[in-house]
Ligand binder design. Structure first.
Ligand code: PLP
Length: 382
């Protein structure tokens, strides 16, 4: 038996190996390693897939967020509201740009930004909101956009974990996440739902002015070579990565469907357990399960149970992960902002209770049964 992995990129690659190898060789033959034709083609195909006007490829998802924030013309000290319960990239770029990160709480079921907590955090210095579609579940974008309009704020969607997911409005209308806010950002890190074979990222917008500015920022602030209009950075998607992504984009819906099927299988295996909450799907989301994350509940010493569980699983060669063991507001990185004083009870509660199981496009039912059997074997001791 091949070892169980959190993500099986090798098997996924083997299914598309011929196509990928040919595309990579073509890039090698062309020697157009930077800004080769596949980069432009991928951007066009990505825009068509999402139904968005502009796709600006860049070097990674963190850069995408940084470039998006640089384009908004914010002043030092301006406030940017983000969840604390996210990957560090979302919040780090705020501080990197000398803006002030303001952390808000999440909903205990969706793991995404809580609109009431967002509303409470708005001050006259607030300029932007960064909702995160965590684990593949869409943030409540309708409410977030309404609040943003009410206060005249920008919205940058962090779609690194949910590319390809739909947001469903109450009237049934659908939009791809990353196309609802003023700007959408994503990452093509290999393990993401749409991953390349190295680093990569992209920025999406329907706004021509912002698109123009972000293209310049990603390219040293220049439109005409060697004439630099503004301070930018150097952030490009390699041609080889674009070539891989063109192939994988064609499979994205199928990959997300495979993740959903695997999630349904896990749901059934953990059904009705009194200490396990399986992932919730709000009515507005087509969950794409970047992670399959359980919430352990009702234990006296949940830390002991969760530690014990991850160790027990590891003894049976089953990997599991805590995303994320320390929320942003408790990171030393943000100590200077007095961030630990933020009162985020749901974030702290979830941080102690979440555990993510292997989730990828190649999961087999037998593997999932074995994983669930071991999870239940351990938890049923308590
Ligand atoms: C992966 C990720 C990022 C950053 O992407 P990189 O390509 O690793 O820079 C940002 N936000 C979230 C939520 C992520 O999961």
């Amino acid at each position: 038996m091949t070892p169980i992995q959190m993500v099986d990129l090798k098997t996924q690659y083997l299914h598309i190996k011929n196509e990928v190898d040919a595309a990579m060789l073509e890039v090698l033959d062309s020697a157009a390693f930077i800004n080769g034709r596949p980069v432009q083609l991928f951007a066009e195909e990505m825009s068509a897939y999402l139904g968005v006007k502009h796709t600006i490829p860049c070097a990674n998802g963190t850069d995408a967020l940084q470039i998006a924030m640089m384009a908004l013309g914010l002043e030092p000290g301006d406030e940017v509201i983000t969840p604390s319960f996210t990957y560090i990239a979302t919040t780090e770029v705020v501080a990197l740009l000398r803006l002030k990160p303001v952390f808000v709480d999440v909903d205990p079921k969706t793991f995404c930004m809580d609109p009431q907590s967002l509303r409470n955090a708005i001050t006259p210095k607030t300029k932007a909101i960064v909702p995160v579609h965590l684990y593949g579940h869409a943030a409540p974008m309708k409410e977030i956009m309404e609040i943003a309009h009410e206060f005249g704020l920008y919205v940058i969607e962090d779609t690194a974990q949910a590319i390809g997911s739909d947001y469903i409005y109450p009237d049934g209308d659908r939009k791809k996440v990353a196309t609802i806010g003023h700007i959408g950002c994503t990452s093509f890190f290999p393990s993401k739902n749409l991953g390349c074979y190295g680093d990569g990222g992209a920025i999406f917008t329907n706004d021509d002015v912002l698109a123009d500015k972000m293209r310049m920022i990603a390219n040293h602030g220049q439109k005409v070579r060697y004439y630099h209009e503004m301070v930018g950075c150097n952030s490009r998607l390699d041609t080889i990565q674009a070539a891989v992504l063109r192939i994988k984009l064609k499979h994205l819906d199928e990959y997300n469907a495979a993740r959903q099927r695997a999630a349904d299988v896990y749901d059934e295996l953990f059904k009705d357990h009194k200490h396990i909450a399986t992932p919730f799907r709000a009515s507005w989301t087509k969950h794409v399960f970047h992670q399959y994350t359980l919430t352990l509940d009702g234990y006296n010493d949940v830390a002991e149970v969760r530690n014990g569980l991850t160790q027990f699983l590891a003894q049976h060669q089953i990997p599991s992960m805590i995303y994320y063991p320390v929320p942003s507001h408790r990171q030393n990185m943000f100590a200077a902002y007095g961030s630990s004083a933020f009162d985020l009870p749901v974030t702290d509660w979830l941080t102690d209770r979440v555990v993510s199981l292997p989730m990828h496009t190649e999961l087999k039912n037998e593997t999932q049964s074995f994983i669930a059997e071991k999870v239940l074997e351990y938890l049923n001791k308590f």
